[in-house]
Design a protein around this ligand. Structure first.
Ligand code: NAD
Length: 254
């Protein structure tokens, strides 16, 4: 029970990685504040959790007022925020850069960059006062490498890595650690949308081809990403900050 009596705030919690993280932290005794766009989706995802100590918060992370509100509500309800899993994200804006529009880019940046920034802005203020806390930002291998056909996504996740490093440097003196995970394909709704974009209904074939590009020949499970998030948030990672971790079946080593 590494997180007994600890409060863990997770965004994008109705999605594949978010709910897997919620389960993993709950197994370790955490109290949970879960954020996503729609309460109904959150309620459905949270029905797979034990119902004790779970706060559900509807918010659009790309809107600063919503973010201020979910952070304030978490603090008011639980009195503290020990761990922040800054995870909500979208892909979209498929197509090469020459085909992109400002609106496409802004939509992806609004969630992946501004959403991550607003979360850090308000949560770090609380952690700074607590003189304790751990943050895990969800980046991507697209935050480390180019991603042809997904330029807005790749650029947005590179920005997340920049936020991650900066936040770690700014918070080090307060005992707050900030790290990021950088997965390649994870078996969630997001990956399904990438398969559909690549090959329409033929998602089985798209999946086969994507998996073949991974040396370990498969997608990650959401639970594997959640386990890394738990480790990075725990005291066992007490001297790790400002780092990002590839979790990609050796794909980034090629
Ligand atoms: P997912 O689509 O299952 O979950 C994403 C969740 O974020 C959804 O529940 C969605 O409603 C929520 N969300 C989207 N926009 C939001 C907004 N404006 N406000 C609040 N919530 C919002 O996908 P996932 O794979 O669980 O993605 C989680 C994170 O992991 C994302 O940041 C994604 O970029 C990242 N990631 C995913 C993969 C992958 O292959 N699935 C790989 C690398 C990184």
């Amino acid at each position: 029970m590494q997180f007994k009596d600890k409060v863990v705030l997770i965004t994008g919690a109705a999605g594949g990685i978010g709910i897997a993280a919620a389960k993993a932290f709950q197994k370790e005794g955490a109290k949970l504040a879960l954020v996503d766009l729609k309460k109904e989706a959150l309620e459905e995802a949270a029905s797979s959790l034990e119902d004790s100590n779970v706060l559900l918060l509807e918010a659009n992370v790309s809107k600063e007022e919503d973010v201020k509100n979910y952070v304030e509500k978490t603090k008011a309800h639980f009195g503290q925020i020990d761990v922040f899993i800054n995870n909500a994200g979208i892909n979209g804006a498929f197509g090469n850069l020459t085909e992109q529009t400002a609106d496409n880019f802004n939509a992806v940046f609004g969630v992946n960059v501004m959403g991550a920034f607003f979360g850090l802005k308000y949560v770090l203020d609380i952690m700074k006062e607590q003189k304790a806390g751990a943050v895990v930002n969800t980046a991507s291998n697209g935050g480390l490498l180019g991603a042809p056909g997904m330029g807005a996504y790749a650029a947005s996740k590179h920005a997340v890595i920049g936020l991650n490093k900066t936040a770690a440097l700014e918070m080090a003196e307060y005992g707050v650690r900030v790290n990021a995970v950088a997965p390649s394909g994870v078996d969630t709704a997001m990956m399904k949308s990438i398969e559909t974009n690549a090959m329409g209904d033929n998602t089985d074939e798209a999946r086969k081809q994507f998996e073949a590009s991974v040396p370990m020949n498969r997608y990650a499970t959401a639970e594997e990403i959640a386990d890394l998030m738990v480790f990075l948030s725990s005291d066992r990672a007490s001297f790790i900050s400002g780092s990002y971790y590839r979790i990609d079946g050796a794909q980034g080593a090629t």
